[in-house]
Each structure stands twice: as C-alpha cells, then as structure tokens.
Design a protein around this ligand. Structure first.
Ligand code: ADP
Length: 423
C-alpha cells in the first residue's frame, strides 16, 4: 500500500522523466527480489536463465553474473534421493512447457556449484502472454535440508519406538493366550471373557505397532524389497487357500477367478476327466512377501467390512499389466471418502465402520508397496453394495521372466517359483 502510493506520487510529479521512473521501478523490483530468502529464477522458452536472485545464488552457489544467459540445466541440477539426475519427465522446469500449469516438487534435491547436495522444495509456474502463449517459467525454491532432516528423525523415532514396543506386546499376547488355554489354566467364564477382550486389544496394539513400523519404513524407502520373478496365479491360489478359512468362519464365500475369461474359476483348471487345462501365466517382478502383505490386507478388509455374501479374487491382464481385483459384497465406501482412502490414518467414519477396529494404515501401506513396483492401486465402490479394489502391476513377458529367472539362479537366489511356493 505504502509503496504503491509513493509510485503514484512519482508518476504524477511534473518534470520526472519516464526513463528514471522505469529505472526506479526496476531498482525496486531488484531490491525486492534480492531480499527474498527463497531462490527465484526466470527462464525463457529456450531454457536460458533471465533472472537469478540473491536467494538462488545462496542456495546454488552460482554467481548471478555467471548464471544469467546459461541454460538452466547447467545451474539447476536436480537429483532424486538416490542422487540420480532427474529425467526430463521428472524435471518440473522442463515439464512446465508441456503441462502449462503450476508444478510443485517437495522431494527434489539440488547439486550446488561445489557438488554438495541440498534438499529443496520447488514450485514452478508458467508465464503466459496476453495471446495465451507460454513465454517462460518462474521457479521459486527453498532449502529444506533441516525440515527433511527433522522428518527423517521423526520417522526414525516412530520406527524405533514401534519396534521396541512390539516385543513386550507380543509377550503379553502370548501370556494371555496361555491363560486362556484350557489345557494350561483353569479360569471361570467371567475371567475368560475379560481375558478374551484383553487379548483382542493386545492384538490390535500389536497390529498398530507393526503397521506404524511398516509405514515409517515405506516412507523413507527402507522397506525390505527383494524382487524376483513371481507367477501371480500360483501366489494368489495359495493365498486364497490360506485366507479361505477366516472368511468361511464369518460365513462368507470365497471365489478365485483367473484368466482373461473370468468366468473360469481356478478350480476348473482340472476337469472331471483329470485333463489339465492350460491357463495364462501372469509373471511380475516383485518381492512375494510384500505383494502378499497387500493382498492379505485387502482380503482382511473385505472380510472385516462385509457381513453377508462373498469375496471374489480375480486375476486378469493384458500384454502390459497384470490386474488383481478383490471384490466384496459389503458395506461399500461413500463416494466422498474414496479420494482419501489411501492416505495415512484415513478411516471412513460412519455407523457401519465405527465399531470395527483398525489403524487406517493398511491401505496407505498397500499403496506404497504397489508404487514400489511402478504399479497402481485404486477402488471402485457403491455404498451399501460392496467394493472392488484393483491393483495393476507391470507384466513380464514369458521370455523376460525366463531370462530373469536364469539370472536369479546364477546369482544363487531362489527362483520366483520356489519363493512363491514358500508363501
Ligand atoms: P483399517 O485398519 O481402518 O481397516 P485401512 O487403511 O485398511 O485401515 O482402510 C481404511 C478405511 O477404508 C477403513 O477404515 C474402512 O473405512 C475403509 N475400507 C477399506 N476396505 C474396505 C472395504 N473392503 N469395504 C468398505 N470399507 C473399506
């Protein structure tokens, strides 16, 4: 306000020439830009740097005079967490000319002129002319080394604390189970009822610590991951058999369908005459333990949130992807909750779910694991009718799968088939 009034005074003062007013305006803009602590950078459509403020000098280690006119890529060297240079698709300064909408990147790192790595948060906006053409881009970036360090420490604390707390909780759970075992102890029915409740709460606590530990690891990339060739049909068949018991205990049916024609239940892969039918093989390159976690989580949820009906697991795919679907006939999910479902600690809050225990971490962990394999997870649901969770994972051709299996065998690693049969 104050500055604006002053400018108008200058403009209206007779005898003040335009050149000096413009010079004043430029000087003022420069003062403002250079007093901003964040780095500010302007590039034209040829990627040449047109503006580079003091903040940018401080973060990058580059001198303004040297940086101006250079291709931004020689000055703003962006790298990921593994210190690998950003690809063109990852680089917001490159992408801005394709997307023509502001881009934010909170997980970038920048190599300074002395090759030091600085954690930065960057926001890039296009400059659009009156004729709707992109004439350049402005980037504003900040050194977030301290914030990221604190985030890492917080994740480390959560993972250490949950790891340490799991041990005593497991001991309590074990002793409660012993106390409730008729062959070990004799207790009256009231005491058994209380111990039952204590046991259920301890199990919930144990699951919460386990989920906290896994999600902290998933966030900072420490999740154990040993991908091998896995044939999803075999893995899912075993998993379905393992999980069938829990579903049937609640009176729910379980179907496993496989192949492009999903009407062929897997049980029909052996006909009554004993002739083995051929089914497609769905190879993927994943850690079977991690994928198992995802499927078990989706299956457990399907049981938890379904009162009557059945759970159907379907395996299908095309040349590029393998798709797993976990479908239930349960409560369903309200449309407004769907966009948040895969966020950390998100739980649908309604009368149907309020009494059902959970941590709100399961689907977040599922998403992190699926993304580890460049896959995608999403849900389709009709409230009151049921939900279907979908997972897409890049498919390996049989030739590629064989080639990788030979390599795995040569490295003396167990092959996908062996690992699959273990789970
Ligand atoms: P939770 O431990 O609470 O089950 P999740 O992350 O696994 O945590 O799921 C998040 C929320 O999504 C759940 O609290 C539940 O409200 C909803 N949800 C997940 N799966 C289903 C399902 N199959 N049917 C209905 N609601 C579901």
């Amino acid at each position: 306000m104050f500055g604006f009034g002053k400018t108008q005074n200058v403009k209206s003062t007779p005898g003040v020439n335009l050149a000096s007013v413009l010079h004043d305006e430029k000087a003022k803009s420069e003062i403002i830009l250079n007093s901003i602590d964040d780095g500010v950078l302007l590039i034209d459509t040829n990627h040449a740097i047109q503006l580079f403020n003091k903040g940018a000098e401080k973060i990058t280690g580059w001198n303004q005079k040297d940086a101006i006119g250079l291709d931004y890529k020689s000055v703003i060297k962006l790298v990921n967490d593994k210190n690998e240079p950003y690809t063109a698709e990852q680089d917001p300064l490159e992408q801005i000319f394709n997307e023509i909408a502001p881009i934010r990147d909170n997980s970038a790192n920048l190599k300074t002129s002395s090759d030091k790595t600085v954690a930065i948060s960057m926001s890039v906006s296009p400059l659009i002319s009156d004729t709707n053409e992109v004439t350049g881009a402005v980037a504003v970036f900040r050194d977030v080394t301290n914030e990221r360090q604190e985030e890492r420490q917080r994740a480390e604390f959560i993972s250490t604390a949950s790891h340490e707390m799991r041990t005593p909780v497991a001991a309590i759970e074990g002793y409660l189970a012993l106390a409730m075992n008729d062959r070990v102890c004799h207790i009256d029915s009231k005491a058994k009822e209380y111990l039952d409740k204590a046991h259920a709460s301890t199990q919930h606590l144990g699951k919460l610590f386990q989920d906290l530990l896994t999600s902290a690891k998933a966030e900072d990339g420490r999740l154990q991951n040993h991908p091998v060739v896995v044939e999803m049909g075999e893995l899912l068949q075993q998993l379905t058999e393992d999980m069938r018991f829990t579903a049937e205990k609640k009176g729910l049916g379980v179907d496993f369908l496989i192949g492009a024609n999903t009407e062929d239940a897997l049980s029909s892969s052996h006909t009554s005459s004993g002739v083995k039918m051929v089914r497609p093989l769905y190879f993927v390159h994943v850690d079977p333990e991690r994928i198992r976690e995802v499927i078990v989580n989706l299956f457990d949820n399907a049981i938890k949130y379904t009162e009557v009906g059945k759970i159907t697991i379907t395996l299908a795919g095309d040349n590029d992807v393998v798709q797993v679907r976990v479908q239930d006939t349960g409560h369903g999910i309200p449309a407004e909750d769907i966009p948040h479902l895969f966020e950390k600690f998100y739980r649908v809050d309604n009368s149907a779910t309020r009494t059902i225990g959970g941590t709100g971490l399961g689907l977040f962990i599922c998403r992190k694991i699926v993304e580890l394999y460049n896959g995608r997870i999403w849900v389709g649901s009709e409230f009151g009718k049921g939900s279907t969770f979908y997972i897409n994972i890049p498919r390996l051709s049989s030739e590629k799968a064989q080639e990788l299996q030979i390599k795995e065998a040569a490295q003396n690693l167990p092959t996908g088939t062996t690992q699959t049969s273990k789970v």
